[in-house]
Design a protein around this ligand. Structure first.
Ligand code: 7TS
Length: 423
């Protein structure tokens, strides 16, 4: 019998020599090795969801096959292993975002739930009718709607800092919108619709000077940039496993301990309590106070494996590779007659949005799909961005570490095919 503790708490593979040959890593992603509509798959939709390496799939299968049981409340061996695996993933997640303490890492369903947690719990605790919440014009709906909901409930006002025509945040205007009424500032680290990298460290410092609490939506930053919540000095940071080569249904919220301690629970149920009577309850210590019910245990194992996988790759080599590809794609697409790139910020990561005046983005997406090229078309859950650029939708190619120059050439070939058909 294999007791398999090694798969419950895998020794970190991050201590190995970091891999610099990114091209070789493509083979780690089995899904990429297939044809779609008779053409080799070109996956350019990683901003929606990145693919998983075999090591993540294996870690999850191993957990399901050998170690699954409910966590935290069992004395039996499988429950212990499952608890160890889940809490080991928390340690990996703490290191991934460089949080000071594992108590500050709350597992959630993903970025959306992380932001809803902060908005509901912190909002309920700290907002009233004379207060304001400041976001930006380039946020994903997940960083807009939760704030609308809590503002409706508390009477607080929601404001958005504007961006420029290149899709950069107007930092001066952002500063001007901060007043003593601003209680919470919520900003995206990287825009999913434009690729813009926001200067979150600088914005956090400005917001803190004004006395606001800072929430960063890191969904699109986590797969591309090193994340250091202590360096940024933000109060909350949210991310999703499936954007960073892990599974869906798992993500995390980093929260500053002094704030998490004071905040009321987001959801009530098992796991998050110490004692319950019919009249009242006392709550578990952090982070369990915010993890009501049975969590996505296998998802956490997969997220841990994704963090381990990323740690095997030299971060500079990865960023250089993705930057080179984005540069190549930008140059190649700029040469296509009638194509307009939406989002031309100086600092971008992983995303190339574009439109043609005479071809609808959905038609482009359909033609590209027939060529085996997977891109996303639509408003990308960032309707205010579409309104700003006066377009109903964009076509968006987004990069993962497994993409290569061939993928870009296939995208360009597919766009030329679309032009032949539509013009
Ligand atoms: N914030 C940003 C910046 C995002 O890009 C997304 C998902 C979310 C929040 C929500 O993440 P979730 O994991 O909770 O769903 N973005 C996209 C996208 O660009 N296309 O599909 C989902």
């Amino acid at each position: 019998m294999n007791s398999d503790m090694s798969s419950a708490t895998p020794t970190s593979i991050s201590e190995r020599h970091p891999i610099t040959n990114i091209e070789a890593l493509r083979a780690d992603f089995p899904i990429l090795d297939q044809e779609v509509h008779g053409k080799p798959l070109t996956y350019l939709d990683s901003a929606a969801s990145a693919q998983r390496p075999q090591s993540v799939i294996d870690a999850m299968v191993r957990h399901e096959q050998r170690n699954h049981a409910n966590i935290h409340r069992g004395v039996h061996e499988l429950s212990q292993r499952s608890t160890d695996a889940y809490e080991h993933a928390r340690d990996l997640a703490r290191a991934f975002v460089n949080a000071p303490s594992r108590s500050e890492i709350v597992f959630t369903r993903g970025t959306t739930e992380s932001i809803n947690l902060v908005a509901a719990s912190l909002g309920r605790m700290s907002l009233s009718a004379s207060d304001e919440v400041l976001i930006t014009q380039m946020e994903h709906h997940s960083n807009i709607v939760p704030w609308q909901l809590i503002c409706q409930q508390t009477g607080a006002r929601l404001l958005a800092a504007p961006m420029t025509q290149s899709g950069e945040l107007d930092v001066e205007a952002f500063s001007r919108k901060l007043t003593e009424r601003t209680k919470i500032v919520a900003i995206g680290h990287v825009s999913n619709a434009l690729g813009t990298i926001n200067p979150v460290k600088e914005l956090t410092a400005i917001a803190h000077d004004a006395g606001a609490i800072v929430v960063v939506d890191g969904a699109q930053a986590a797969p591309h940039l090193p994340i250091d919540v202590q360096d940024i000095d933000c109060d909350f940071y949210a991310l999703s496993g499936h954007k960073m080569y892990g599974p869906t249904g798992i993500g995390l919220l980093y929260g500053r301990e002094t704030l998490l301690d004071r905040m009321p629970p987001y959801q009530g149920g098992g796991e998050m309590i110490l004692t319950v009577t019919i009249e009242s309850s006392t709550y578990s210590e952090l982070p369990h106070k915010f993890e009501a019910g049975t969590p996505n245990i296998t998802g956490a194992v997969g997220l841990g494996a994704a963090i381990d996988y990323l740690a095997t790759i030299d971060p500079k080599a990865r960023i250089d590779h993705e930057d080179r590809l984005l540069e190549l794609a930008t140059a190649e697409l700029s040469r296509i007659p009638g194509l307009r790139i939406v989002g031309t910020a100086k600092r971008k990561a992983g995303v190339l949005s574009f439109v043609f005046d005479d071809i609808h983005a959905h038609d482009l997406g359909t033609i590209l799909d027939r060529e085996g090229v997977a891109i996303r078309t639509g408003h990308h859950c960032a309707m205010p961005v579409m309104d700003f650029f006066c377009v109903p939708a964009t076509a968006r190619a987004s990069l993962g570490l497994y993409n290569n120059a061939d993928d870009i050439h296939r995208l360009v070939g597919g766009l030329h095919r679309a032009l032949e058909l539509f013009r």
